[in-house]
Design a protein around this ligand. Structure first.
Ligand code: PGA
Length: 256
């Protein structure tokens, strides 16, 4: 079984890709179709948030009625620490736009009982009515959220061990060398329950993961391949991230 082919949009460069993803998110929020957003972190998302902040400042967008749930957080990294995803969200979005911090949820990686925190997070998503639009990046190893290769497609929010590849990729955020070994992440099944998903991938280092996600086996070896089980997925890439795709490209809207 190979699943569906996600809608794929390949644009000329990184800046255009971030702008397109931000435009899609803003359009859904303005139309009242994204009251609950699933949000991601990472370098890829920085320009996307800058576009959303600019749209709020220009009066084209308001996030004041939005509730958000971030995908993941490191275990043992306090929200005040700059490398935490809590701090990332304050820096790139919450301190700059009109999203109510009380409605911006990030898993608590400092919770004394991480299993209870994972269940609480799932329940909070359910109580909010589920995620309307989930924003995703992709790891060079094909992870979505921190669902590393080997993650079950039925997985829910849980603690897991970060792969060596992910710890190396994120090492620059931990100048003391103390890259966390574990994280709390929404599971793949949690992500697939979102009504709509948009994945943003930038740069040649994501090309193998994008090719595996779209054209490789539907397999936990590439967690992002699970997105082919969902009917409403759009993948927005720059040309470099799309460079290892070789299947039928008829559905690509080339804007280059
Ligand atoms: P990046 O991370 O945007 O920093 O490359 C993406 C991810 O690991 O999901």
């Amino acid at each position: 079984m190979s699943g569906r082919r996600p809608q794929l949009e390949v644009v000329a460069d990184a800046a255009t890709a971030a702008a397109r993803a931000a435009e899609l998110i803003a359009a859904r929020v303005v139309a009242g179709r994204a009251r609950v957003l699933g949000l991601a972190t990472g370098g890829t998302m920085v320009p996307l948030y800058a576009h959303l902040v600019a749209a709020v400042r220009a009066g084209r967008l308001s996030l004041s009625a939005v509730t958000s749930f971030n995908l993941d957080e490191y275990v043992g990294v306090a929200p005040q620490m700059p490398a935490s995803f809590h701090a990332y969200m304050r820096l790139h979005l919450l301190d700059e736009a009109d999203l109510d911090p009380a409605r911006a949820h990030v898993p608590d990686g400092m919770a004394p009982d991480l299993t209870a925190e994972a269940s609480r997070y799932e329940m909070a998503i359910t109580r909010a009515g589920g995620i309307d639009l989930q924003v995703l990046g992709i790891g060079a190893n094909g992870h979505i959220g921190f669902n590393e290769p080997g993650s079950d497609f039925g997985s829910r929010t849980r603690v897991l061990e970060l792969s060596e590849a992910t710890r190396r990729a994120n090492a620059a955020d931990f100048p003391d060398g103390a890259v966390p070994e574990r994280a709390l992440t929404m599971g793949i099944a949690t992500i697939l329950e979102a009504r709509e998903i948009v994945l943003l991938a930038i740069g040649a280092k994501k090309a193998a993961a994008i090719a595996a996600a779209i054209e490789g086996p539907l397999s936990p070896n590439c967690p992002a391949s699970a997105l082919r089980l969902h009917a409403q997925v759009r993948i927005i890439c720059d040309k470099a991230a799309a460079s290892q795709l070789d299947g039928p490209q008829a559905d690509i809207r080339r804007q280059a």
